[in-house]
Design a protein around this ligand. Structure first.
Ligand code: ADP
Length: 634
């Protein structure tokens, strides 16, 4: 019943930490009874080495229910001596939570310990798995002390050799922009290396709702919605208070639909029609069939799997550029084991490291310039994944890149109160939902700009609001939201509220029922069939009718609500580029050999980015950067 749980080759991979101070012993004499009573003993000893560490499980299969993004059941099988299997029954999002489930479970079994790092972008899921396994191990007889011991056992890998890598084109960052650039450069016949800090591709892009703005000029849909590329341009430019670079805005909107066609040519699927995403101002967002941003990365991965020439280098963080004779030729990175990885390109290099939403110091520093937000300190959560810390902006600035409009930081009023993430957001389209404060009242035009909506939310009691809608969107009660979550699951996990009547809903929301009912009735007057249909309401809202023309108000129970808070979403400032995606230096000259795309760039969106334009940005400028980096010759 005893087990030396760090042995042989596995032992070499383990960092023992505190373990060296202790021997875990199911004492010979009482091992059996300990196992029987599920209460093994730990005896500390100063002299024991890790070799002596022993642990005993009561062999069997144990289950625990925990909550990641959703409820999940963790089932662990142990022999007398080891964790042999972990099965997880879950509804986490494919492409986001699912990879974490696989890698965390595999690592726990590999190291026979619990000090496993959360997978970036899937912290809740990762932590829930560790919690679930811990609970199962307790059921298998481990005491708190033994659990604490396992919580010190982590994987270490010996530092690998320093590495030198070369390709035609180098891409830094495997988010939306980086992967669009990598595929494009490869389509131009180039070998590509993609350096990525995290253990998987996706960045913030994979966590988005997937909405991509593009106008198929002259199409039936565009005509029906009275939309045009020019309208997209005007709304983007004016939506950013005319502070965006008009040339770049034209580049964005003109190339948006060709970008969608390119994605389709790679096999990506979109639903028919368009919708209005929050802050998108108009129905022109295309919705991928796959949830969140996963469809983009399935598509890019599929391309990589079926073509030669793109090498993904994960867990590797770019640190500084290499300049030779005034040309950027490579980047020095830190590899997974702390080794140095030097990557060089014979053609161009593309910077696609995203923004700085998770760099609290940077966002506070730049918010000081605009003073737009009451605070952007650590009390304000972010939708961003943890690696979005402005690395590329800092690296580019160090070689003279001009940073523009760094003070333009976008918040959304749609964050999960626990995590700041967009998950758990029940809305589907702007037209069919309202925002209600804790007094039961509407307070803003919910079809307006993202900054206006979020600033208004900061003025509300407790800086919290509910999204409220009826069952028109969730007619069966088990449909999924834009983040791949079923409304039924959100309700059962307490992340969304459901009630047959508005009065009952108000009770669940803990807001005055009279106010909620009056707010809804007033809103309904502007919807299809209402006495004020077609008019603008007192908040300036004009978007009441959805593209199918069916929204006749919030009047069809059951009703749904979900609580939301302000959350840092997108940083519109960054490195200045021209329409060729070349980076511009502080003297107005091009930095030779270096291109940039996506959120790392600045000055396209102005003070406020339209919802649905970020994914367009990644595809449009990613493709331009990929094409030009491939064509660049020293
Ligand atoms: P965009 O929307 O502009 O493509 P994303 O947030 O989707 O931005 O992707 C940016 C990617 O860049 C993320 O996957 C992030 O982990 C990666 N990244 C950030 N900093 C570094 C760095 N120093 N080295 C390598 N990759 C980085």
């Amino acid at each position: 019943m005893k087990h030396n749980f760090y042995k042989g080759t596995v032992k070499k991979m383990l960092s023992i930490g505190l373990v060296a101070m202790f021997t875990v012993t199911a004492f010979a004499g009482c091992a059996k009874s300990n196992a029987d009573t599920k209460n093994p003993t730990i005896a500390p000893t100063q002299s024991a080495s890790s070799e002596d560490a022993e642990i005993a499980y009561s062999a069997g299969t144990y289950s625990a229910t925990v909550t990641g993004m959703h409820e999940m059941t963790v089932t662990v099988t142990v022999s007398d001596t080891a964790i042999t299997d972990i099965q997880i029954d879950h509804k986490e999002t494919p492409g986001v939570g699912e990879p974490a489930i696989k890698s965390i479970s595999a690592e726990i079994i590999e190291i026979q310990g619990l000090a496993v790092d959360a997978v970036s972008g899937a912290t809740l899921t990762s932590n829930a798995i560790i919690e679930g396994v811990t609970e199962c191990l307790k059921q298998a007889g481990l005491s708190e002390s033994e659990i604490n011991l396992l919580l010190t056992v982590k994987k270490i890998t010996e530092q690998a050799e320093d590495q030198e890598l070369t390709a035609d084109v180098l891409v830094i960052g495997a988010g939306g922009a980086g992967m669009a650039a990598a595929v494009t450069a490869n389509q131009a016949g180039k070998t590509v290396i993609v350096i990525e800090k995290a253990s998987k591709m996706g960045g913030n892009t994979i966590l988005s709702g997937g909405a991509l703005n593009a106008v198929d000029e002259g199409s039936e849909t565009a005509i029906a919605n009275k939309d045009s590329v020019e309208n997209h341009y005007n709304q983007t430019f004016e939506g950013g208070d005319k502070k965006g670079d008009s040339v770049l805005v034209h580049t964005l909107v003109d190339n948006a639909w060709p970008g969608v066609e390119w994605l389709k040519s790679l096999g990506m699927e979109f639903f028919d029609g368009v919708f209005t995403v929050t802050g998108g101002m108009w129905p022109r967002a295309h919705k991928p069939v796959e949830p969140e941003g996963t469809g983009f990365f399935k598509t890019y991965q599929n391309y990589i799997d079926n073509h030669t020439g793109i090498t993904m280098v994960y867990n590797t963080t770019a640190k500084e550029f290499i300049m030779e004779d005034g040309v950027v030729t490579g980047v020095v990175c830190t590899g997974e084991t702390g080794n140095t990885v030097t990557a060089k390109a014979t053609n161009g290099i593309i910077l696609a490291t995203g923004g700085f939403g998770r760099n609290v110091e940077m966002r506070m520093k730049y918010n000081e310039i605009s003073k737009k937000w009451p605070t952007l300190d650590e009390t304000i959560p972010s939708t961003n994944t943890s690696g979005i810390t402005g690395d590329g902006i800092i690296m580019a600035e160090a070689i003279g890149a001009n940073l523009v409009q760094m003070e333009n930081i976008q918040l959304l009023p749609l964050g999960d109160p626990e995590t700041g993430s967009l998950s758990g957001n029940i809305e589907h389209a702007v037209e069919s939902r309202i925002f209600i404060n804790l007094e039961g009242n509407r307070f803003v035009n919910e079809g307006g700009r993202r900054d206006d909506m979020t600033l208004a939310l900061f003025e509300q009691p407790e800086t919290k609001m509910y999204i409220v809608m009826d069952s028109d969107t969730y007619q069966k009660g088990n449909e999924i939201n834009n983040f791949g979550e079923s409304i039924a699951d959100l309700v059962s996990a307490g992340r969304a509220l459901k009630a047959e009547t508005l009065e009952e809903l108000a009770g669940l929301m803990n807001v005055p029922a009279d106010n909620l009912i009056a707010s809804v009735e007033e809103y309904n007057r502007y919807c299809k069939g209402g006495d004020l249909e077609g008019q603008t309401d007192k908040f300036g809202r004009t978007l009441f009718t959805d593209t199918d023309g069916v929204n006749n108000g919030i009047n069809n129970g059951p009703y749904y609500a979900a609580i939301r808070v302000p959350t840092v979403h997108h940083t519109m400032g960054g490195v200045q580029i021209n329409e060729q995606a070349q980076i511009i230096d502080t003297n107005g000259n091009v930095i030779t050999g270096l291109f940039a795309a996506g959120e790392v760039t600045g000055g396209i969106h102005g003070t406020n980015r339209l919802g649905g334009n970020a994914l367009t940005d990644t595809v449009v400028f990613g493709r331009i950067a990929g094409t030009n980096a491939a064509a660049f010759e020293r």
